[in-house]
Design a protein around this ligand. Sequence first.
Ligand code: GDP
Ligand code: MG
Length: 242
Amino acid sequence: MPLQVDFVIPVLNEEEKLRKSVETLCNYLKSAINNPWRIVIADNGSEDGTPSISRDLSRECVNVTSLRLEVRGRGRALRQAWLGTDADLVSYMDVDLSTDLSAVPCMLKALESGYDIAVGSRLMKGAKVHSRTVKREMISRAYNYLIKALFLNKFTDAQCGFKAMTRDVAVSLLPCVKDQDWFFDTELLIVAEKNNLKIKDIPVLWTDDPDSRVKLISTAWRDVKGLLRLRIGGIPSLESPV
Ligand SMILES: Nc1nc2c(ncn2[C@@H]2O[C@H](COP(=O)(O)OP(=O)(O)O)[C@@H](O)[C@H]2O)c(=O)[nH]1
Ligand SMILES: [Mg+2]
């Protein structure tokens, strides 16, 4: 029996891209995978037409649903979406579809063959990155070096907007992940690796979208504070190991 998979798209004020991206993803999934699937649009805090486009899309397509939280934070939205489903596998991708969708079958294969988590990587051998500014590239490389220096981890790209795991892993891992915002991804991977979960790095084809919700300076500062919190405060052990 093929595993049921949720593709969560976190969105904040994405009225311009949302419809096209969901339609592109729908068409891709219909032809590329055999698993039963759902797209979950996870919005928190949008103040533009995003909520009404989400509602329209979920009325038009049986495979699309949406959820809305009032408090912002991408990690918060992903947590809610991943814990509120009965799908076997949960994942997310950014609405700009910067990660080429050819990573989807690789991700499913990894999870179906026993990995706990599959992560897109722009920094490993085999990955290709288009249109990324030198500034973003340098910040990304420096950040991932810093993580490696502090935690001696093996995963190569903490922040790629493409990740997936089994729901059982999400249920046991997420209570140990405190951040509700951009550091959520990094914290999740550090806690997972230190608890010996099997992480599959997948090299992706990434086409950068310069339209970004990230405030670089404040986000970088919060990331560094998050890393120090884990380094000094320690990494929690999963209460209910997978
Ligand atoms: N639900 C939710 N999604 C968010 C929030 N902030 C950003 N996003 C989404 O996260 C994804 C990545 O954002 P983006 O601006 O492309 O990040 P970048 O590619 O790193 O510059 C997009 O789908 C955004 O709409 C938030 O507070 N809540
Ligand atoms: Mg983006």
